[in-house]
Write a protein that binds this ligand. Sequence first.
Ligand code: NAD
Length: 498
Amino acid sequence: MTRGIKQYRMYIDGEFVDAVSGETMSSVCPADGEIIATFPKGGQADVDKAVRAAKEAFENTNWGNTHASDNRGDLLRKIAFGIREQIDELAELEVLDSGKTITDVSLVDVHYAADCFEYYANLANQIYGEVIPVPGDVLDIAVREPLGVCAAIVAWNYPIMFAAWKIAPCLAAGNTIVYKPSSETSLSALALAKIIDEAGAPKGVVNIVTGPGGVIGKALCEHPDIEKVSFTGSTEVGRQVMQMAASTMKKLTMELGGKSPNIIFDDFTNQEAAVGAALLGLYFNAGQTCVAGSRLYVHENIYDNFKKELVRRVGLIPVGHGMDWDSRMGAIINESQMRSILDLIETGKKEGAKLLIGGNRLMEGGHAKGFFIEPTVFECDHDDYTIVKKEIFGPVLCLMKFKDEQEVIKRANNTIYGLASAVWTNDIKRAFRVSKALKAGQVWINQYLVLSNFAPHGGYKQSGFGKDLSKYAMDNYTQIKNIYIELCSDDSYISTFE
Ligand code: NAD
């Protein structure tokens, strides 16, 4: 299939513009290697323009004012409406740009993005302060105020959802934003910019700058006029972001990597459901999900049957071009990520983990031009294999056996990460006990991978800090000012200097 190559532009100060340098980058479809579009390769000068516009919009308009909260809510509602009107176009663009499947993108990602804008539309006028009971004849109030210009830098794996997760709460709280999508998947953010523009966003309130992370990301992290960076990406780059942001003492939200445990106890009787959720938890988005349940711990009493059923069902997963509605698993984002996954599979084999199924690049027929890897399962007799410790970010599941509760809690927590986890049990006391003991920002009980715009998402330990989504994200985009009002009568002022 030959498609035309579309040309996208960045969105700065209410205009669609090329990079100051005039340079462009290409977007390649991971499923067939075709160039589908070009977009601007921005640099420091483009970041400076975008930050100037965002600062001007914050300082010289009414945008951040409490009384403008209804306008902000209205804008976010219109953006949600605009996304819903273009679900099919946005979904197709995302699939071609990212290699994801059309089923996942159109039934999940784009809907969630629209719902997210709507959720925060309803929070824009719900930003409350507090009266503090300071002793004396005093009225002391804590008020929440916007931060100013915020930046967001995101990963490539859920592009339109991340745009919503960052832009919606940031605007609801009255800030302005410079948003940097991943250079692997920039197109849906640029398509969203059109929707934001048509919804009537004031000039400079939203700016979308595209280009290499090492250049744009660095320029944003070090810019003196940016108050906050919300980062979603690897723990490794997250560390660099923190160092760069330190020079100007920026506030940070860090949504980083994971190696999440999924624990199945023998008292959970619906094993078919647990196997299904284990598949969803790992192979959704070809394993390129931060909360992927990549360490699967199964109790020894049910292990053999569970393993048999798991491997049987993994063998049935249809892997193919994302635009094919029958594909349940799409392509890996690019060649270098595919090579890194295949290298880790080789490491697993060399270190002695037992390959139960998969492990190869798919090269036949419709897979020939793309970056496809077979859904893979390793059986691991201990937790010291590299593949058990390292985030693979691909369709590689590590299956492990455990004997008892204390042992599995210890093993589940034995990681630098703490993003997500799951416990499958019919025993309510055990469910609560284990969920309290797990050091992760998310615990699912008898479920996997369900995220809601209403509930907080974010990690413990080296998976980061601060929350995306829910009312908690609003905390990250506001700061608290204390106002102390002296109420005593004029003749009762006391000065300690007299
Ligand atoms: P990455 O860290 O390579 O890149 C993330 C973003 O940072 C991209 O926009 C990139 O262009 C930019 N960047 C790259 N170098 C930079 C630099 N030196 N300075 C500033 N910015 C820079 O991550 P990725 O490969 O895009 O995504 C995969 C990773 O993201 C995985 O580790 C995954 O677990 C994590 N992730 C976390 C969450 C979460 O919510 N916790 C969600 C999705 C992905």
